[in-house]
Design a protein around this ligand. Structure first.
Ligand code: SF4
Length: 243
């Protein structure tokens, strides 16, 4: 017999929800956040705004991530763990200067033959790839090429994190493209290293979209209001602050 003998009263429990949210967020935070303040990652070099990466190295204690951001990052990390190839999560390192901050590091999600793939998890699939994602893959390719690996095509594999719909964008790189990408990446890394070591605040971007999405906008604003910005070096559009 398929009987029905229980009938408990069920109600929403906000207190338990808050307690579980806290445990979940803290656990996710512990599994997700890496201390990247002493290294230059390829992802530090791909955005239009160099100040973002600079803030992440100089003010790590002041960066407060919202619960939603932590969980998004955690979800992305879990999905990244799924292996799509035999060359999964390939670690890259390139020393371009002495310490501190003398090494560029990065992790390539997947390599299938000569195709270099980066996975991105988004709430909405983009119609065209983000410029910074194309740059990120081109830097991976340049570094792999520098290490003697044959690379031909870069791919960005976007996955919608609720519907799991997907979209892939690809591009190819010539020998000249690889050389230029490598040169640009090292130039940017050297610039960021100098700015960190010498306490120069890099200039802001004019890209309002990038600013609106930036996790560091409050810190960025507070830097601008520091009175010693009066010492701005206008020629270089950089300035020193006492930290
Ligand atoms: S708020 Fe804008 S200018 Fe400031 S760090 Fe972020 S992206 Fe750069």
């Amino acid at each position: 017999m398929w009987s029905e003998k229980i009938n408990v009263g069920v109600k929403e429990n906000r207190r338990l929800k808050d307690a579980l949210d806290l445990i979940f967020t803290n656990k996710a935070k512990g599994e997700t956040l890496e201390d990247r303040r002493f290294e230059i990652h390829i992802s530090d070099l791909v955005k239009e705004c160099p100040r973002e990466a600079w803030i992440s190295k100089k003010y790590p204690e002041d960066i407060e991530l919202q619960r939603k951001s932590v969980l998004k990052m955690w979800g992305g990390k879990k999905l990244h763990e799924i292996e799509l190839s035999r060359e999964h999560e390939v670690e890259l390192r390139y020393r371009f200067a002495k310490e501190p901050y003398g090494v560029i590091v990065g992790t390539v999600d997947e390599i299938i033959n000569d195709i270099v793939i980066d996975k991105k998890f988004y709430a909405k699939l983009p119609r065209v790839p983000y410029k910074q994602h194309v740059k990120q893959v081109s830097y991976y390719m340049a570094l792999l090429w520098r290490h003697g690996k044959k690379v031909r095509m870069g791919a960005i594999y976007y996955i919608n994190r609720s519907s799991f719909a997907t979209r892939v964008f690809t591009f190819t790189m010539s020998q000249e493209d690889l050389e230029k990408a490598f040169e640009e990446m090292v130039e940017r890394a050297s610039y960021l290293r100098q700015a960190i070591i010498h306490n120069w605040v890099p200039p802001k971007t004019n890209n309002e979209v990038e600013c609106s999405r930036c996790a560091f906008k409050d810190i960025c604003k507070s830097i601008d209001t520091k009175k010693n910005l009066a010492n701005a070096n206008r020629e270089k559009d950089e300035y020193e602050i006492g930290i």
